[in-house]
Structures are given as C-alpha cells and as structure tokens.
Ligand binder design. Structure first.
Ligand SMILES: C[S@@+](CC[C@H](N)C(=O)[O-])C[C@H]1O[C@@H](n2cnc3c(N)ncnc32)[C@H](O)[C@@H]1O
Length: 109
C-alpha cells in the first residue's frame, strides 16, 4: 500500500459479531467470513451491523461467490455490479474492512 494511503489506515482486531467501530463508513469489505461461514441467523445479525455502519451511499462489497442472507431489504444491490450493495438512507464517512480488521481514517472521497 502506498505511504500516502497507509498513513490513513488504522489496523485493529474486531469481532464481526460485536458492534462495528463508530462511524459512517463509505466502504465495508467483507469477503469469505460471515457470508460464507456463519449460520444464517448470524449472517443476518452481521448484515444488520454492517449496514448500520454504512453512511448514505456507502458500499458493502462481498466475495464474488457469496450472497447476502434473506430477507435483506438493505443494503440494496448496486445496479449492474455483482456483489456490491449500497445504503441509501444515512450519513457519510470512512472505510472499514471486516475479517481483515482494517479501517481507513478520514474521508475516502
Ligand atoms: C477465509 S479468511 C478470509 C480473509 C479475507 N477476508 C480474504 O477474503 O482473503 C477468514 C478470516 O475471517 C476471520 N474471522 C473469523 N471469524 C471472525 C469474526 N467473528 N470476526 C472477524 N473476523 C473473523 C479469520 O480470522 C480469517 O482471517
């Protein structure tokens, strides 16, 4: 990762089953963890937490071979992009990669 990006990154351990870090995130990356290995009810609980962590227009990106659990009214599919979903009703913010516990501090816009 280039130093100009690295200096905005905070790395922390975080359990997906716990509440996410405070913030309204622009981007949440979740691949090969909750939506592959967790039980359906746990997937729904994690999805609610991750969706709640997104700011308005924020994107949740899942693995190419994953699907969100149902029923999942939010986030909504990003038109024309497989595995990308967006939240349409909230604030704005940062970046949060779960499973790898990476957080980008400051705006990514
Ligand atoms: C199969 S790896 C995927 C890693 C990475 N996301 C990727 O796609 O290459 C699963 C990762 O999920 C992490 N993990 C397992 N349970 C977790 C939990 N409850 N909260 C956060 N991370 C978890 C593991 O430590 C491991 O790093």
């Amino acid at each position: 990762m280039p130093p100009e990006l690295r200096r905005h990154v905070t790395v922390r351990r975080h359990d997906l089953r716990a509440d996410p870090p405070t913030g309204a995130f622009d981007l949440v990356l979740s691949r090969n963890v909750a939506f592959t290995y967790f039980a359906p009810e746990s997937q729904l609980a994690v999805l609610a937490k991750l969706t709640g962590a997104l700011g308005r227009g924020g994107a949740l990106v899942i693995g190419a071979h994953e699907r969100l659990p149902e029923p999942a009214p939010e986030p909504e599919p990003w038109p024309g992009v497989r595995g990308v979903f967006r939240r349409v009703d909230n604030g704005a913010g940062q970046g949060y990669a779960c499973g790898d516990s990476m957080r980008l501090e400051g705006s990514m816009r």
